[in-house]
Design a protein around this ligand. Structure first.
Ligand code: ZN
Ligand code: ZN
Length: 133
């Protein structure tokens, strides 16, 4: 059991079991969403995620035409979790919100086409210039 929390603690997600996938994403949308130079997400089946607290949603359409809805704390602004039309039934959790430096490393690093040059991601599996379906 793990817990992801926003910066102020009002929005939390209880996670049971292990994530299906962990992805580092360098796309510009993830850079904008996080305010950082990359986004790192752990993907869990929705049944393994229990969210409490109120969140605001921001919906956009991805380059591939899928909806992408991120949920953020209205008080502190942390982008805690998201859903993508590309992976229905899955919830992405912001790995930084777990505050666990021992959390497993990403399986994949995607959208390296827009990766900042100085960023190096030590993945388990692979690197991709663009997204991967
Ligand atoms: Zn908060
Ligand atoms: Zn991205």
């Amino acid at each position: 059991m793990r817990e992801a929390t926003c910066a102020c603690g009002a929005l939390t997600a209880q996670l049971s079991g292990e994530p299906v996938s962990i992805v580092a994403c360098h796309c510009i949308a993830c850079q904008k969403r996080t305010g950082s130079v990359l986004g790192v997400g752990a993907y869990y089946p929705a049944a393994q995620v229990d969210v409490s607290g109120s969140a605001h949603a921001f919906k956009r359409t991805s380059d591939a035409g899928h909806t992408f809805t991120s949920h953020f704390c209205p008080t502190c602004g942390t982008s805690l979790y998201w859903e993508s039309g590309k992976n229905p039934g899955m919830i992405g959790i912001a790995v930084g919100a777990l505050a666990d430096p021992r959390f497993p490393r990403p399986l994949r690093s995607v959208w390296e086409e827009t990766k900042h040059d100085w960023v190096a991601v030590d993945t388990i599996a692979a690197h991709f210039p663009k997204g991967r379906t």
